[in-house]
Ligand binder design. Structure first.
Ligand code: NDP
Length: 480
């Protein structure tokens, strides 16, 4: 079985413990590779290499740093097929999705921040007759980046690209469930001549390798994307150490459909916003609110189309729903479907595990599931399921839908469908969330602030926000 390695101080190397963890192919439910079970010692070595590399890397000219990142971006592009296959194999997502979204976006993340840094500017504030303030923005030093399994390389590069572009050295950990493309990236980094110690990639469990990153005193900032409970633990641990923290956490996003929307466009986008990546995107709209006058029309059309979605092996180009990422996660999602039934929900489509033919018969597949008849405040409608499960709920007024939409602890993203411009602005303004898409979903401009409110996170990523996070401002005043 292939053994992945850590990437520390410019070299691929085994974990200090000598221990490995099995990495599963969710489409078959069998282990296909082994990943380092790294611990404190590996993180300590990586951090010390990063600390040593920092003076030179941070002093390098912006154009030289930009060149190194562009080489990483190009290196992924040149091995596109291999990256696409690895992402799909590791995560269970349809290979078509990895080719259209995940890997191209990883390429763009690196090239975007490689060039954004060339245009990044700091502020000055002139005080008439008094003097001038100018603000410098310097890299922080060694920073930690921890990413989840749902969009593995996409989110991994979304963090390391701005961190490196702004002159920091990085100790990064991908999810232990989907480490493969981060490992391939370390091979690309070796080939691209990345200076040793600037980027270090540690594989292993969140509770050991991840925890060691969060606790290491020389790691001065942590950018984390993952579950809200993990985010709370990280905040509790890193807060008293006065580390800078960016936390991108869970969501329970509302998709609000008014009767005056463009029905066909709304329907096809709602299928994507509900079930793309098996519903395992933090931005998926899992609570669908439909204005009562079109509730039956929507329900009939949506159920009909979703019931025809092909659940199949990730490598089949006709597959619309691939495998759920892990057995544990599949069981969690199925347990929520059971909970929905106990809470009085009626299953309109899906609602069960799907068994494919051998050799995929032990894979983790769930039919896309639609549930109706649940109150907005029940657990199914309040807790993050993070799978191919949506609920339908009718509403009669803006006030009513806003109250239901805003009733969860989360506030990451929301989708609105209406052709009334004033209503769109009014409702968007009242929704408690960091991102609102009107008549669209998941249209991303990498320059925009990305992140959530309430239990969906602290801070923003993307564009200047990310470059600001990874730099420390210093204001200097000169008297005139
Ligand atoms: P987890 O919180 O379980 O894990 C995220 C990362 O943190 C993994 O690399 C994990 O390692 C690591 N980790 C776990 N425990 C610790 C710890 N104690 N200290 C340091 N690191 C730790 O999330 P999932 O991977 O299950 O991802 C799904 C979640 O991510 C969902 O809640 C989803 O909403 C959220 N998410 C949010 C996004 C956003 O932008 N707001 C985007 C995408 C996902 P390991 O895998 O080994 O456990």
């Amino acid at each position: 079985m292939k053994k992945l390695q850590n990437y520390i101080n410019g070299k691929l190397q085994p974990p200090k413990s000598g221990n490995y963890i099995e990495n599963f192919d969710p489409s078959k439910g069998v282990a296909f590779s082994l990943i380092p079970d790294s611990n404190l010692e590996d993180v300590a070595e990586a951090t010390s290499a990063a600390k040593k590399a920092f003076p030179k890397w941070s002093a390098m000219s912006l154009s030289e740093r930009s060149e190194v990142l562009l080489r990483l971006s190009k290196g992924i592009e040149e091995r596109m097929d291999e990256f696409v296959a690895a992402e799909s194999l590791d995560n269970g997502k349809p290979v078509s999705l990895a080719r259209q979204v995940d890997i191209p976006r990883a390429v763009s993340n690196l090239s975007f921040f490689a060039t954004a840094i060339l245009h990044f500017a700091s502020e000055s504030h002139y005080m008439e007759g008094v003097g001038i303030n100018y603000t410098t923005r310097k890299p922080i030093g060694v920073v930690g980046c921890i990413s989840p399994w749902n969009l593995p390389l996409y989110l991994f590069t979304w963090k390391i690209a701005p961190a490196l572009a702004s002159g920091n050295c990085v100790v990064a950990k991908p999810s232990e469930i989907t480490p493969y493309t981060a490992y391939l990236l370390s091979e690309v980094a070796v080939d691209a001549g990345m200076p040793p110690g600037v980027l270090n990639i540690i594989h292993g469990l969140g509770t050991s390798a991840g925890d060691a990153i969060v606790k290491h005193p020389d790691i001065k900032a942590v950018s984390f994307t993952g579950g809200t409970a993990t985010g709370a633990y990280i905040a509790k641990t890193a807060g008293p150490m006065f580390k800078k923290l960016s936390l991108e956490l869970g969501g329970k996003n509302p998709n609000i459909i008014f009767a005056d929307c463009d029905f066909d466009e709304m329907l096809s986008t709602t299928i994507r916003s509900s079930f793309a990546n098996q519903g395992q995107i933090c931005l998926c709209g899992s609570r669908i609110f439909i204005e009562s006058s079109i509730y039956d029309k929507f329900k009939t059309a949506f159920v009909e189309k979703v019931s025809r979605m092909k659940v199949g092996i990730p490598s089949d180009l006709n597959t619309k729903q691939g495998a759920i990422v892990s057995k544990d996660h599949m069981e969690k999602v199925l347990s929520y479907i059971e909970l929905a039934k106990e809470e009085g929900g009626e299953i309109l489509a899906g609602g069960k595990q799907v068994f494919l033919d051998a050799p995929y018969d032990k894979g983790y597949y769930i039919a896309p599931t639609i549930i109706e008849g649940l109150p907005h405040d029940c657990r199914t409608n309040q807790e993050e399921i993070f799978g191919p499960v949506v609920t339908l709920c009718p509403f009669d007024s803006e006030e009513e839908v806003l109250e239901m939409a805003n009733s969860t602890q989360y506030g990451l993203a929301a989708t609105l469908w209406t052709s009334n411009l004033k209503k769109a602005h009014r409702v968007a303004d009242e929704i408690h969330s960091g991102i609102v898409w009107i008549n669209s979903w998941l249209v991303r401009d990498l320059r925009t602030p990305f992140g959530g409110v309430k239990a969906s996170g602290v801070g923003r990523e993307g564009g200047w926000e990310a470059l600001k996070f990874f730099t420390e401002p210093k204001n200097i005043f000169i008297k005139s």
